[in-house]
Design a protein around this ligand. Structure first.
Ligand code: PMT
Length: 414
């Protein structure tokens, strides 16, 4: 799967001698598949676990092992590998990073290709320690980690679990999705929304009938999660207020789980009080049961013709609109509209009524758009311009398009 942020990004993946090297092979493969250009450096001890050919096979590029080697067929057009590798790299990722290499990096040593490249490189350094729990907790290692972090390096915290030795502790290299999530965050630091707080809502609200039943709708949260990921890739700090807990939370987002419209309203008001951008992709129920039964409603003669009385839920966007008139926050508000007819007219009236900067209209009558599917067919309205009708896109692409439009708008707005 390609990832827009990773397209053509030059990542130098420096691999050191740990049993977790096998995970670095998967990482190199997934980064390459996602569109990154991955140059691998292997230390001598890394080659005891896996051969350079393995990395060469998954990246399709030369693998660098020797400071003095000059004949990299198809490799960098320089006779000094460490300068060529560091120059133009978008990120230097030391994964897995042993205690030994971390100590050398902290001390600024330069006795192999990895450490020389680290000194020569001008790009950010991210590193993922992988070692026995005792080694990780050792005061020397902790001191070296702090030194690197204070110098601006990005630490991917190791996980707690079972080691190859059978012992349990903190020191395990995280799995590929976590590593890629951290790499995306590192690459996004200069993104168009860097320093901005974005609040995204996702999923259909659940309005309780009794302790076991609720009224809801078909929203899967996919569109909201895709927007949250796109905002992260643009460098934003993201709060994701969601009724859905079954989707993987984009790495770096803060998940705020909610159920009902009232809970979502409270979370939105808290989170967006200082936010730059609020994007309401959630399908909020307009109505909820008037009363919630304390106990599970039983099948009895009295409940044979059970009638559910509904009452109106608060309108979250209307409430935000009122608060925004006083506080000025959130600076930009984006709504969604799920329409089964008169898409443009209904969307236009919602944009004005709810005081929005942008409104994304979904045509939910199409089978490849709207609720639960992976694609969407939307129109994008803004208070400042002509409506844009977008072609069928993946929800990821819709999220990226929307974030790009908002980023350009905020740049003008500032
Ligand atoms: O989650 P997926 O399966 O990926 O599907 C995506 C989606 C179709 C749910 C999403 O793209 C979408 O259209 N979300 C909004 C659906 C909706 O509730 O539309 P609406 O026309 O009822 O509401 C208009 C706007 O007002 C929305 O931004 C909604 O969040 C907001 N609203 C609605 C009701 C309410 N009480 N308070 C609100 O703030």
């Amino acid at each position: 799967m390609t990832i827009t942020l990773l397209q053509h990004k030059r990542i130098v993946l420096a691999v050191t001698g740990s049993i977790a090297v096998y995970k670095a092979v998967d990482l190199a493969s997934k980064l390459t598949q996602a569109g990154a250009v991955v140059d691998v450096i292997m230390t001598e001890s890394a080659q005891k676990f896996v051969t350079p050919l393995t990395f060469q096979s998954v990246t399709g590029r030369s693998v660098y092992t020797d400071l003095w080697q000059t004949d990299h067929a198809g490799g960098l057009p320089t006779h000094i590998a460490h300068v060529g590798l560091g120059e133009g790299a978008d990120l230097l990722a030391v994964i897995p990073a042993t205690a030994h290499t971390i100590a050398k990096l902290a001390a600024g040593m330069s006795d192999d290709l990895l450490t020389v490249t680290a000194l020569a490189a001008r790009c950010p350094l991210i590193f993922a320690p992988a070692m026995d729990g005792g080694m990780y907790q050792h005061a020397a290692t902790q001191h070296n980690l702090r030194t690197l972090v204070e110098r601006g390096a990005i630490l991917i915290e190791p996980e707690t679990g079972r080691f190859a030795s059978g012992l349990i502790g903190q020191g395990r290299l995280p799995e590929t999705p976590t590593l890629i999530g951290a790499i995306r965050r590192a690459l996004a630091r200069q993104g168009a929304l860097a320093g901005q707080k974005v609040v995204v809502t996702a999923g259909g609200t659940r309005e309780a009938i009794d302790p076991v039943r609720f009224v809801s709708n078909h929203s899967s949260g996919k569109q909201g999660y895709a927007i949250a990921q796109a905002a992260l890739d643009a460098g934003a700090e993201v709060s994701l207020i969601s009724t859905i807990q079954s989707l993987p939370v984009p790495i770096g987002a803060t998940l705020i789980p909610v159920n009902s419209a009232q809970e979502m309203l409270n979370a939105v008001l808290t989170e967006s009080a200082q936010a730059d951008i609020l994007i309401m992709a959630a399908a909020v129920a307009d109505f909820r049961p008037e009363t919630i039964a304390d106990q599970k409603i039983k099948k009895t003669d009295e409940t044979r013709g059970l009638t559910l009385n509904l009452t109106r839920n608060p309108d979250i966007l209307q409430t935000v609109k009122q608060g925004r008139e006083e506080s000025g926050f959130p600076r930009i508000v984006v709504g969604f509209a799920a329409e089964s007819e008169n898409l443009v007219a209904n969307a236009q009236s919602k944009l004005a009524r709810k005081g929005l900067d942008f409104l994304v209209g979904n045509d939910i009558s199409a089978s490849d758009a709207g609720f639960a599917v992976d694609t969407n067919r939307v129109i994008l309205l803004s208070k400042a311009g002509e409506p844009e009708t977008l072609p069928l896109m993946s929800k990821t692409e819709v999220g990226e398009y929307l974030i790009d439009r908002i980023a350009r708008y905020t740049a003008i707005d500032r």
